[in-house]
Structures are given as C-alpha cells and as structure tokens.
Design a protein around this ligand. Structure first.
Ligand code: GDP
Ligand code: IMO
Ligand code: MG
Length: 454
C-alpha cells in the first residue's frame, strides 16, 4: 500500500510534518519531483529539522528515495546529508539513476532569467536553485542524469555537447559574462567526484525497480510531494509555477510505479488553514502583500488588511524555509481546493495550522469567485482570468486559543467547536474526509483522525 502526500495549495502546507506523523508505519519515503527548492520541516521533541532534498522520513530513520522525477544537486545533497549526520541522524538516501542533475550553470541561468524579468510582472520569484533550467534541459533531451555521473566518458561527452550552448545562451543572448560554472574541465572534475561518492556509498538505484521490490516484500511506501498543486507546471497558475508535477500523477511518472499503484493507495491533500505564497502571481484572497512579490504592490501598497496579514505571518512564522523571504498571506480559497481535489483525487485531507488562526474574532474563507458577473466555484484556466476573480467570502466565528498539545492528545472532539465547524465546511465542500488536523508544529501536535496506513 502507498500513501501519497500532496500539497493542495502553494507549497509550505506542512507536508514534511505530516510525512513525519504517519511515517512511523512507512518503510520507505520517496520524493517524486522537485529538488532543493523544497523546504520541509519536521519537529521532533522540540528539535527542528529543515529538510530540502533528503526525504522527511530520515528523522525516523526511514529509507529515502529521490525518484527519477526529481532534480538533484549533488553538492547540496551531500551538504545536507553531512549536516544531518552531525546532528545525529543517519540518512539512508537512494538516488534514481534516471533523475536529472542540477549543474552550476543551471543556477546561474535561473538567476539571469529572473533578473531579466525583474522589471516586468512576469518574474516568478524562484528559489534560485536552478530548478527550471534543469527541467528545461531534461525536456530538451540535453540533460545530464545521475547515471551519467557514474560513467566519466559519458559525462565528458554530454558536458562537451551542452556546456557551449549554455555559455552562448548566457553570453550572447543575455550578455552576461560567465565563469567556472561554465567550464567543462572544472565541471567534469567536480561531477565525476560526486559520481564516485554516490557509487562508493551505493546510493544510486533504478527507482521503480527498487520500490517495486520493496513493495513485493510487503513494505509500506510513502510518496512525499514537494511544492503544491497551484504551482504545478500543468495544473498551477502558469507561468508563476515550479517546473515539475507536484500533483498525484507525478508520483507515478516520478518514481517508476504505475498510476494504479498510486491510485490504489491513499492520496492525502495537505491543506493550510489559510494561504501563503512565496513568489509572484495572483492570489485573489490575499490579505496583505509583500513588496516585490505581490502584483500591483507598488501602486496599491500593502493593502487594507496588512495588520491581519502581519499577525498571521508572525503567529505562523511564515517566512520561507529555503530563502527566508516573508510569505504572502491570504484567507483559505475554496475554488483553489476544489480544483486541487479534482486534479489529485484526494482520498483524505490533513488540515494544518488551525492553531495559528486562534484568537481572531472572525475567520473568512473565499467560498467562490465573481468573474465578469458570474459566480465560479473553481479556478479559471488562464492566469489572467484568475487575477480578475473577486472572492465571495464566507465568514466563520473565530475560535479561542487552547492548550493544543492537550487537544492533540484528547482527539478531534477536543478541538474548539468553531474550528470544527470550519473544518467540517471544508470537508463537506470537498466531499473528502479529514484524516488529520495540525494544531502546532510538533510531531505530537497533530490530531490524527485516521491513519492512512492502518
Ligand atoms: P512543507 O514545505 O509543506 O513541508 O511546509 P514548511 O515546512 O515549509 O512550512 C510549514 C511550517 O509550519 C513549518 O515551520 C512547520 O513546522 C509548521 N507547521 C506545520 N504544521 C503546523 C501546524 O499545524 N501549526 C503550526 N503552528 N505550525 C505548523
Ligand atoms: P515546499 O516543498 C513554496 C515557488 C517559488 C516560486 C516558484 C518557482 O517547501 O512546499 P522554483 O525555484 O521552483 O523554480 O520556483 O515556486 N516554490 C515554492 N513555494 N514551497 C515550496 O516548496 C516551493 N518550491 C518552489 O517561490 O514562486
Ligand atoms: Mg516548505
């Protein structure tokens, strides 16, 4: 049986924490897309781990797999593994030989393109990790894969083909002078060494076969999505997206197991009880903007609900795990979640951060949109139309702050009644059961209603 964890919104919904809560029953935790743009937090007995490429099961000592759909920066992967070792963990990470490698020139090109776009409203606000340029090369059939690092002749041949193109792109198209990041000999030496370390530690696998064999042996597999549905390259608000498929279909293409395997298991949508967004793009229920990220911020300023947005941002610690940027904040958006529920086929939901909203008199939800005089219940397919949508809000009475640790221990009925009304509205609208409710960042601060592995 598999359990797939998917971000239902814009990333940072608390996926890492939920992987950790249910991960006890899993034997293997596999990432299927994305790279070190992800920042997943696990809090165990007050100790916080921020994981980027290493699957979140590492905190519980589970085997981690980085599937073929991931993009791997070996430098940051080894740094992360070494740092976790220093903190007393022993991450066992296997990397798909079919996964693509992020090279230094990808990061440089990511930065150049953002810089070029910075004067216009098409800037994405990427994490600068080279994610987009690496997936471009994958699709352009000029990428370098993890398996290529293990064969120096192949590595050299591929670098000799691709690096001059990248150099020309930087220098001739963008007019930027480049350095070592575009030097074939230097890249060859460095990446050959990464290949050696991968090999010495027996870290590479054919991911699909590896996972299928473990499942044949009766082991439980969890798929850990990174990012979220609304920044999915296909189902998100293009072009303000990441370059992979965080949606559940990605768990099949990104691991080498079939859609039947993924669909035959549980697919749990992770929902933040409000919205946050790092980077640009529309956000109809936005409360207060962030300079440089919120479209129109320069003309309109922070917006009328800035105080409320700041309150939620501070209560929730809403600053990017990877980049430290303040996150934009908004009310929960139901059209977004209806879209997400359809695209992923959620069998259950985990709603996090209800503790953050406690103490407010009123909690609002964008129930539907008004678009050109019509009421809409899901998000339109073009980002331009989405940015025209005006939310129709539904108002809920706020709930008090309580001893959330005690609530988690007692169970669902101990959640303040007004918060339960809010949760039940979400569950009814999406016709999906709530499996867990996050009431704090710690492992023990989750109300587990149903264990998907049970
Ligand atoms: P991910 O990328 O989806 O794994 O989420 P992040 O780790 O980037 O961001 C979620 C943040 O919220 C982290 O700091 C978590 O420790 C924290 N968190 C997760 N669930 C809850 C919750 O229910 N309540 C509170 N207050 N914090 C939470
Ligand atoms: P986790 O897994 C939130 C956003 C970036 C940017 C856009 C594209 O922690 O939920 P990229 O570097 O991927 O090309 O950037 O996607 N983004 C995330 N936002 N959580 C993430 O990951 C994100 N990963 C990328 O801010 O807007
Ligand atoms: Mg995150």
């Amino acid at each position: 049986m598999t359990v797939t964890i998917v971000g239902s919104q814009l990333g940072d919904e608390g996926k890492g924490g939920i992987v950790d809560v249910w991960g006890d029953a899993a034997d293997v935790v596999a990432r299927y897309q994305g790279g070190d743009n992800a920042g997943h937090t696990v809090v165990e007995d007050g100790t916080e781990y921020k994981l980027s490429l290493v699957p979140s099961g590492a905190v519980r000592g589970k085997v981690g797999v980085l599937g073929n759909g991931c993009v791997i920066n070996p430098e940051t992967l080894f740094e992360e593994i070494d740092a976790l070792r220093e903190r007393g963990l022993d991450p066992d990470v296997r990397v798909a030989r079919r996964a693509h490698v992020i090279l230094p020139y990808h990061r440089v090109l990511d930065g150049i393109e953002e810089e070029v776009k910075s004067d216009s409203d098409v800037k994405v606000g990427t994490t600068g990790r080279g994610i987009g340029p690496t997936y471009e090369d994958k699709m352009g059939r000029r990428g370098i894969r993890v398996g290529d690092l293990l064969d120096p002749d192949v590595l050299r041949e591929k670098l000799e083909y691709v690096v001059p193109q990248k150099r020309a792109l930087a220098e001739d198209v963008f007019g930027v002078e480049v350095g070592e990041e575009f030097d074939i000999a230097a890249l060859y030496d460095q990446y050959k060494r990464y290949g050696e370390r991968l090999e010495e530690n027996d870290m590479t696998v054919a991911a699909g076969e590896f996972l299928a064999d473990r499942m044949d042996d009766g082991e439980e597999v969890m798929f850990e999505g990174a990012q979220g549905t609304i920044i999915d390259i296909d189902h998100g608000n293009y072009p303000y997206v990441t370059s992979s498929n965080p949606t559940a279909g990605g768990a099949a293409t990104g691991t080498g197991l079939s859609p039947g395997v993924v669909g035959g298991g549980e697919i749990v949508g992770i929902v933040k009880a409000y919205l946050t967004r790092v980077g640009s793009g529309p956000l109809p229920t936005e409360l207060g903007g962030v300079e440089g990220d919120t479209p129109g911020y320069d003309e309109q300023g922070a917006g009328e609900n800035e105080e409320l947005a700041t309150y939620i941002r501070e209560e929730g610690g809403e600053y990017g795990t990877v980049t430290g940027r303040p996150r934009r904040v908004g009310w929960l958006d139901m059209p977004m979640l209806r879209h997400s529920t359809r695209a992923n086929g959620f069998t259950g939901l985990a709603v996090n951060h209800i503790d953050v909203l406690s103490g407010l008199d009123e909690v609002k939800v964008g129930h539907s949109y008004d678009l050109r005089g019509e009421e809409r219940f899901t998000i339109p397919a073009t980002t331009e139309m989405w940015s025209e949508c005006e939310p129709n809000f539904k108002s809920f009475e706020g709930w008090e702050s309580v001893d959330w640790g005690e609530v988690a221990e007692t169970g669902y009925d101990a959640i303040p009644a007004n918060a339960r009304t809010y949760l039940e509205y979400v569950s009814d609208e999406l016709d999906t059961d709530i499996y867990a409710v996050g009431v704090g960042p710690g492992r023990e601060e989750t109300v587990v209603v149903e264990d998907p592995f049970a």
